[in-house]
Design a protein around this ligand. Structure first.
Ligand SMILES: Nc1ccn([C@@H]2O[C@H](COP(=O)(O)O)[C@@H](O)[C@H]2O)c(=O)n1
Ligand SMILES: C[C@@]1(CO)OP(=O)(O)OP(=O)(O)OC[C@H]1O
Length: 170
């Protein structure tokens, strides 16, 4: 049965490496390490892109923006998010809401979360009220707890823009 709603889930991890800042949710945050990545390493946006693509069974971020492709070297991940949002919209779907969590001991993210929500919402074409971003530590356990990297998870709900049931992409 084709319903007018679809859900998607995304997960991503990037390891800390040399650098003096991280970019999370489109916000540059000073830090004593950077994140190792082909792009700007925005782990939250990557998880969100995978959730959006997954909702319509369109594969994952690496399929659309291969890590070996020089076009994506150092790319601002907000560009990737806007491209994924355009794919969703072109298929007649809109974002209902997003919920996401970033897992790291440091940097502390609380003061940046409002800006992240505004930027992600702008890229998705929704109000910031439809975009939730949370942060948690893993209580010093595991690779995030040891400060080896940052993980992020996201879930999305998509709704048909016309309110009618239709088939998904994929
Ligand atoms: N990188 C982080 C991690 C957490 N926070 C905030 O601290 C609160 C408590 O974290 P716990 O892991 O002890 O539950 C959490 O709810 C966040 O508000 C943060 O800002 N940055
Ligand atoms: C964002 C892309 C772009 O090439 O590369 P990375 O920044 O390495 O990120 P990752 O989540 O490992 O892979 C997805 C890729 O699409």
């Amino acid at each position: 049965m084709n319903l007018p709603f679809r859900s998607g889930i995304g997960f991503d991890v990037h390891a800390f490496g040399p650098g003096d800042h991280v970019v999370i949710g489109g916000v540059k945050i000073p830090h004593e390490y950077g994140l190792v990545a082909h792009s700007d390493g925005d782990v939250l946006i990557h998880a969100l892109c995978d959730a959006l693509l997954g909702a319509l069974a369109l594969g994952d971020i690496g399929r659309h923006f291969p890590p070996g492709d020089p076009r994506w070297a150092g790319v601002d991940s907000r560009e990737l998010l806007r491209a994924v949002a355009a794919l969703i919209h072109a298929r007649g779907w809109q974002v209902g809401n997003v919920d996401a969590v970033v897992i790291c001991e440091r940097p502390k993210l609380l003061l940046h979360i409002g800006t992240m929500r505004e930027r992600l919402a702008a890229d998705l074409g929704v109000d910031a009220g439809a975009v939730s971003v949370k942060a948690t530590t893993s209580e010093t356990l595991g690779f995030t707890g040891r400060g080896e990297g940052i993980a992020a998870q996201a879930v999305v709900l998509l709704a048909r823009a016309d309110g009618c049931a239709d088939s998904a992409g994929g």
